[in-house]
Design a protein around this ligand. Structure first.
Ligand code: MG
Length: 455
């Protein structure tokens, strides 16, 4: 694990740790890793610090002799789609902190195939960064700064072609859409209108102070759209996060839809349409995903936690569909990355083609309760404690894809070490809340005991 790049690139507080100097240095490091004359597509979300950081990043890239194409404000998946399809870019770079509060920002790099940059490449860029091994171009080889218009329009047109637009148009759905004052404001409302949907927007003006609501789409933060869906008798409510790679849904009765249920529903839809196929999700996802996908004729394989890991696995194993429970769903027919507008369009397609209300479709998905807890554990004891935990459950089915996952007769327990903090994350899932809670508490006590012995 690098010192600079986390799971979602480099993040920080705008103009404090994530400042112009850091952005420029990241640009110099990426540019020095690439070849002189290469091109990089740079885009950003709507944050107030975005123009400053994008300009600094671009200047750093240009100083190494790399050309910069500026896409302006774009959803992260729209930039990824342009990088993947145009073949002109050696990399992409997005200035975004996704769902984090407005005072934060970040920078993440994209590979030429449109997926998040591989970690071995990030490590190489990080080495250039920390060793100050930057390449400075001669005055007559400094990279150009050019505009890259039309990224959002091309993205919207591509999604329209990937779904059954005629079926959607016939249903005349009413959709309430909240784009969280983020980059999705420039794409999602127009996509829905092209699909013949009656779209009512909320927080769809671009505003980097995020005046509508806090940017993480939790049930508490999105009460307004819940009320609006009910008041308008809408068919569905949709909330995209700040950079429009993830989205959450409200059913027609105003019920917040848990991300595991969306994941299960869409996995089932994908394999049923295809008459079988592979769905990929991290080990932390609910068992209802596998249950539902199997019932619809498909199969599930598990990865470590992290959307880029899921996306790579899907590419390598020709998966049909995949994603995480946080609303980040991946559709290979579009691209191998989380994509909120593609997810939105596919769910609307399912509503239109099934003719059923959203709550009824969700009612066909099995249920379970998951409990998440934290437990302190010194970093130097984590590996041994995990081994001991796995050994103690040698009689059960144990999965060591990411931490230790134990399947018991009551449900399953997953113990994962945090990469950044001296803690274990403990997940427990069972068919009822009572059993899930007791399973979690039993496991916490067991692991506490093991940590003490691992010292
Ligand atoms: Mg995001």
């Amino acid at each position: 694990m690098g010192k600079l790049f986390g799971t979602n690139g480099v993040r920080g507080f705008a103009n404090k740790d994530m400042n112009a100097e850091l952005a420029m240095k990241l640009g110099r490091a990426l540019g020095s890793f690439l070849k002189p004359g290469d091109a990089v597509l740079v885009g950003r979300d709507t944050r107030t610090s975005g123009p400053m950081l994008a300009a600094a990043l671009s200047a750093g890239l240009q100083s190494t002799g790399v050309h910069v194409y500026d896409a302006g404000i774009v959803p992260t998946p729209a930039l990824q789609y342009r990088v993947k399809t145009s073949k002109r870019f050696a990399a992409g770079a997005v200035v975004t902190a996704s769902h984090n509060p407005p005072e934060h920002n970040g920078i993440k790099f994209i590979d030429p195939d449109g997926t998040e940059m591989r970690s071995d490449k990030e490590d190489a860029i990080e080495a250039i960064f920390f060793d100050n091994k930057f390449r400075d171009a001669e005055w007559n080889d400094i990279g150009q700064l050019l505009l890259e218009p039309g990224v959002n329009d091309a993205y919207v047109e591509a999604i329209e072609k990937k779904v059954d637009a005629d079926a959607i148009r016939r249903r005349k759905l009413t959709v309430v859409l909240d784009t969280s004052n983020g980059a999705g404001s420039l794409t999602a409302p127009f996509l829905l209108r092209r699909l013949g949907v009656h779209v009512v927007t909320m927080n769809a003006q671009v505003d980097g102070t995020f005046p509508g609501h806090p940017s993480e789409p939790t049930p508490e933060n999105i009460k307004d759209i819940i009320a609006t869906v009910k008041a308008l008798n809408a068919d569905i409510g949709i909330v995209q996060d700040g950079d429009a790679d993830r989205c959450v849904f409200i059913d027609e009765k105003g019920g917040f839809v848990d991300g595991n249920r969306t994941l299960a529903l869409m996995g089932g839809y994908a394999v049923q349409k295809n008459k079988g196929g592979l769905v990929v999700t991290p080990v932390s996802s609910s068992g209802i995903v596998e249950e539902h996908v199997k019932a619809k004729g498909g199969r599930v394989e598990y990865t470590r936690v992290g959307a880029p890991i899921v996306a790579r696995y899907m590419m390598d194993h020709q998966a049909l569909f995949g994603g995480e429970e946080n609303g980040g769903l991946i559709w290979p027919e579009m691209q191998h990355c989380r994509d909120a507008s593609m997810t939105m369009a596919k769910i609307i397609e399912l509503l239109a083609t099934s003719g059923k209300p959203f709550s009824q479709l969700l009612g066909e998905v099995p249920t379970a309760t998951s409990v998440k807890k934290k437990l302190e554990c010194p970093n130097d004891r984590k590996a041994k404690a995990l081994d001991m935990f796995a050994k103690a459950h040698a009689g059960d089915k144990v999965d060591r894809t990411d931490g230790v996952k134990v399947y018991t007769s009551e449900g399953w327990v997953l113990v994962r070490p945090s990469g950044t903090e001296p803690i274990f994350r403990v997940y427990a899932e069972a068919k009822t809340p009572e059993v899930a809670e007791s399973l979690a508490n039993k496991s916490l006590a067991e692991i506490k005991d093991i940590i003490a012995k691992a010292g």
